[in-house]
Ligand binder design. Structure first.
Ligand SMILES: *[C@@H]1O[C@H](CO)[C@@H](O)[C@H](O)[C@H]1NC(C)=O
Length: 279
């Protein structure tokens, strides 16, 4: 008899189990649906696995993009991304925080694709009150198309830190006491897109997109945003070992730095370039 096997304690254990299943779905499932909406190319953007995986694609008709519902004034963002594989030359995958309006602030990751076997360029920039021109570019120390890697932005009152797999690659300090603007007045949303930039991303248009390889697809998972101002991240700076890591990345993987491009900035570099050794 079935009922004989369902003592009341078994039933309540079953109910507890079912309850835990449902709460864990709420905690870990549906994240992309909860946090983002598709803003461009809906036919090329997909939320899969109950919202745990998001893919953006680019074909000859359209690219695609998403945007966060939330806006943040200071935040620690983490996203795992697997970039377009194979011949990705001319494709650009963006992942950035931005405010809106005329004098906007922005914190940028952009991934510039390449022909098969050649390295992606990771392009970074910071805009403050509409003023950018703070580019640094890097190669990566791994193949970003073979697997997911974590790309993070730490934006707090002290600094902006770009991290790859937890390794800081760039720090933009709050040097307001030296009269250098720092983004802190305008809340930002998180944006990401995959688009055709073959007129500039391949060293000024050297390589064109090979549309026979389309669709080009990038995948996203495990998004996390911490904007709780009581968290440890809120007053986190790059510590001593982090400084060593930035130095390692800059010595071995940095391929462009606005702070050393004297051709582009003949009258002198941006003021923060002369202050990089301050802690
Ligand atoms: C592509 O590969 C070439 C050759 O290795 C390299 O010079 C370039 O920086 C790479 N990245 C891009 C986006 O062009």
């Amino acid at each position: 008899m079935v009922s004989a096997y369902f003592s009341s304690s078994n039933v309540s254990a079953l109910l507890v189990f079912l309850f835990m299943m449902s709460t864990s779905m709420v905690a870990f499932g549906g994240k992309f649906y909860d946090d983002f909406y598709i803003t461009w190319g809906p036919e090329n953007a997909k939320m899969l696995d109950y919202g745990q995986l998001l893919t953006l694609s680019l074909n000859s008709v359209s690219g695609s993009a998403f945007e966060s519902y939330n806006q943040y004034l200071y935040v620690k963002i983490d996203m795992q991304i697997k970039l377009v594989a194979g011949n990705s030359a001319g494709t650009v995958t963006t992942f950035y925080l931005s405010s809106t309006g005329n004098h906007h602030d922005e914190i940028d990751f952009e991934f510039l694709g390449n022909v098969t076997g050649q390295p992606y360029i990771l392009h970074t920039n910071v805009f403050c009150q509409g003023q950018g021109n703070k580019e640094q570019q890097f190669y990566l120390w791994f193949d970003p198309t073979a697997d997911f890697h974590t790309y993070s932005i730490l934006w707090n009152p002290l600094n902006i830190v770009f991290l790859v797999d937890g390794i800081p690659i760039r720090q933009f300090k709050n040097l307001e006491s030296f009269g250098i603007p720092f983004p802190k007045y305008q809340p930002m949303r998180l944006y990401s897109s995959l688009w055709n930039a073959d007129n500039w991303a391949t060293r000024g248009g050297l390589e064109k997109i090979d549309w026979t390889q389309a669709p080009f697809t990038a995948s996203y998972r495990n998004f996390n945003a911490n904007s709780d101002s009581h968290g440890a991240w809120y007053w986190k700076k790059v510590d001593y070992s982090g400084k060593g890591q930035i130095q390692w990345v800059q010595n071995n993987y940095m391929i462009y730095n606005y702070c050393t491009d004297s051709k582009r900035f003949p009258p002198g570099f941006a003021p923060e370039c002369y202050l990089t050794n301050l802690s």
